[in-house]
Design a protein around this ligand. Sequence first.
Ligand code: SF4
Ligand code: SF4
Length: 313
Amino acid sequence: MTTHAARNDLAFRIAIASGKGGTGKTFVATNLFYSLLKQNIPVTLADCDAEGPNDAIFFPGRPVRSLPVTRRTPVIDERICTFCGKCRQFCSFHAIFMLPVSRVIRCMDELCHGCGACLYACDAGAISEKEVQMGELNVFSVTRTARIVESRMQPGFPSPVTLIKAAIREAGHANTPLPGHSVLPGHTVLLDAPPGIGCPFVQTVSLADYVILVTEPTPFGLSDLKQSVECLQTMEKPFGVVLNRAGTGNDGVNEYLDKEGFPLLMEIPFEREIAFNYARGRLVCKSWPGFQHALVKMHELIRRTYGNGHHQR
Ligand code: SF4
Ligand code: SF4
């Protein structure tokens, strides 16, 4: 399956994802972003965790641009409605409330996903749509060639998918390659994916050219890794694994990767100082040149292996 048909940018997109929260996904995404910008590699970090974005915390500064993101939501005219109930039957999200005896019918915005099915179902022409703001994109300029695009959803909306798509689209156009730069054409866009393997995760990785799965050496880490891998294999996405807090827990993840022949991109050892600095919003790679170098090498390897294929599509 390819998802590039609608693309018109030359960015190479790497999603950093994990099956669950707390494995170090944002840690890897922000440190990779910093390591690339220090090499003057054009890079944009898209924070796709719209329900709790926190990448920008590591790069103090105010947004240079904020863009509202809207979504269509149905409005039902009770004067025209015949209370046939078809819209309610079509709505998979139980977002339509109807009380025919009292001639009351409403779309509950907090449940509505804006799919438009009810509009299609209504023969009476009682449903129209209005635009509602569901969140915003905040663009931070970190250096001349490095930016962050943060998606931030307002409370009360059921799904951040529209925002995530807008953030990834914006990130693809937020930077331009430097003339004569040594990396492959097009800048790198890092997608810090939402946790879990639900719709927001699928939306993010479906638009990526490569996926870095961050996990930890515990039974929970292994279980979530297996689910993420299954999902990526269904989508035919190339991926590799970063093992965070290596040296703790057990060998289950390493044994699984060996057995299945999946690439282990990097192991990040557990050290009290790393956890301490990260918890205080500090970028660990600033004081750990070896880590920075390893992240740059990992990026080079991914782009060398998968970058050409992307640009030939
Ligand atoms: S489908 Fe249209 S007419 Fe029927 S209940 Fe819904 S809004 Fe009313
Ligand atoms: S737009 Fe979709 S989710 Fe929203 S009320 Fe209509 S059918 Fe339900």
